[in-house]
Write a protein that binds this ligand. Structure first.
Ligand SMILES: [Zn+2]
Length: 466
């Protein structure tokens, strides 16, 4: 089965075929750098990271553009409140964003354009939309006239009749709800609230609207039609709907072929909000002692189209799942048996590997894929006594290769014991042989005190540094 994704535009799972074979042009809406990203934002960025990693695993070349929104209503409002220049203020949060994605092992994008560097391209698009009659100028700005684009609403699946009735007003705000369908601002003329944030333009000094920013950056860096555009579900309307309208009226070509959206994250079953005290940034979680690896695991292993209920318990479960994987890799490394591979283990491995890959090909069903990985682990332990080095090696190679996809597989380096520790370990083997279990237990305790855990396996005892 080919790779397939759920396309928000058609509301169907479709086979993925990029415009140019083997090459994917991917645009993901980046952070608005006015604050630290919260874990809901990070869930979306991690879903996009998983998508990109899977495309790479499947052999695609990915040109990934993620923008930084460094001018909009929120960045201007907050920088003014802090008496800082827009640049000074947004630089703080750009830096924080890059720190957070590095902590979570999110692969870097090919480019990170900042909106303020693309204002001239935005002005060009607005001029063209004015010329073609898709936009009009008012006292306070330039607006996109949605009545001139009959397929407005195709992404959000708006009802065309209600669209007609609703499309009478216009809104300058960057964000609004579905029931206020209206003409939206492409350019906002300068007002005193904007302070010194302004650019010259043929339609007066001012600044771009939020939506035009992504159209301009996507067009400039990836071309008129791109393969995949992602974002959080809350970006679908009005942001993405408006991006389609502007871009398609400007180029006359389809803007995006596959739209993928990550669903909401909730915390303890409730919408995250500062007033409820359940609002978390990555920094909040790290301060509580949670590990970035477990946070990554917890945020990535729920399917992106399912609501993710984030709890501290979920991170605890992630820790124990990670330990199970670590222990498994350790057990594989201990297999010493020479000779032909057990065909039962070999067959089970192939079946589970294929099942993992098929689940991921099916709209990135990571929850199911992880189920197959744990099933592979269970089968191995069940037949551990038959395992040979050949079995262990092929399984280990696969699990380690999944680091490229999952970003939480750790290749713990094979360790050695000091001569003294080795002597204790051998003495315990000797004691067991002599059925002196009390002595064997005491030696196990002694090793544990030194941070070495001993486990008896069907192939003899193995040790692990804790
Ligand atoms: Zn965007």
């Amino acid at each position: 089965m080919p790779l397939r994704f759920y396309n928000s535009l058609t509301r169907e799972v479709e086979n993925f075929v990029p415009l140019v074979p083997d090459k994917v042009r991917l645009y993901t809406c980046g952070p608005t750098v006015y604050n630290y990203p919260h874990i809901g934002n990070l869930r979306t960025f991690l879903f996009e990271d998983l998508l990109k990693r899977w495309l790479l695993y499947r052999g695609y070349e990915v040109n990934h553009v993620m923008n930084l929104t460094d001018v909009d209503d929120k960045t201007i409002r907050n920088s003014r409140q802090q008496n800082m220049s827009l640049r000074e203020y947004t630089d703080i949060y750009k830096k924080a964003f890059f720190e957070d994605i590095a902590t979570l092992k999110i692969l870097p994008a090919t480019s990170y354009p900042a909106a303020t560097e693309y204002v001239s391209q935005m002005i060009e698009i607005i001029q063209d939309l004015l010329k073609k009659g898709h936009a009009y100028e008012t006292e306070d700005g330039v607006y996109f006239k949605i009545a001139t684009f009959p397929s407005y609403g195709k992404l959000a699946h708006l009802d065309p009749t209600s669209l007609k009735a609703a499309a009478s007003g216009r809104l300058s705000a960057d964000e609004y709800e579905k029931d206020s369908v209206s003409d939206f601002a492409l350019w906002k003329k300068w007002t005193p609230e904007d302070g010194d944030v302004k650019w010259p333009s043929p339609f007066g000094e001012g600044r771009p609207g939020w939506h035009i920013e992504c159209s301009a950056m996507s067009l400039s860096l990836l071309g008129e039609t791109i393969d995949i555009h992602c974002g959080g579900i809350d970006n679908l309307f009005p942001h993405h709907e408006n991006e389609i309208a502007q871009s398609e009226c400007h180029t006359g070509k389809p803007f995006v072929r596959y739209w993928l959206h990550a669903t909401h994250l909730i915390v303890d079953g409730e919408k995250m909000s500062k007033s409820k005290g359940n609002f978390y940034t990555l920094r909040d979680l790290l301060e509580r002692g949670l590990s970035p690896r477990a946070i990554r695991y917890a945020l990535i292993t729920t399917h992106y189209r399912k609501p993710l209920n984030f709890t501290f318990d979920l991170v605890k479960q992630a820790e124990s799942s990670l330990k199970r994987i670590d222990d498994f890799l350790f057990a594989l490394r201990q297999v010493q048996r020479e000779g032909e591979a057990s065909s039962l283990l070999h067959e089970a491995f192939l079946t589970k590997k294929q099942a993992f890959e098929e689940a991921m090909d099916n709209d990135l069903n990571i929850a199911e894929a992880m189920g197959h990985l744990f099933e592979m682990i269970r089968i191995f332990y069940e037949h551990e006594s038959h395992a040979t080095k050949t079995n262990a090696q092929e399984i280990m190679d696969f699990v380690l290769s999944l680091e490229k996809v999952l970003g939480f597989i750790e290749k713990t380096s094979p360790d050695t014991l000091t001569p003294e520790e080795e002597a204790l370990f051998q003495a315990r083997i000797e004691a067991k042989k002599n059925k002196d279990y009390a002595k064997a237990d005491a030696l196990r305790e002694e090793l544990l005190k030194r941070g070495i855990e001993v486990r008896d396996t069907p192939q003899g005892p193995v040790w692990k540094r804790l």
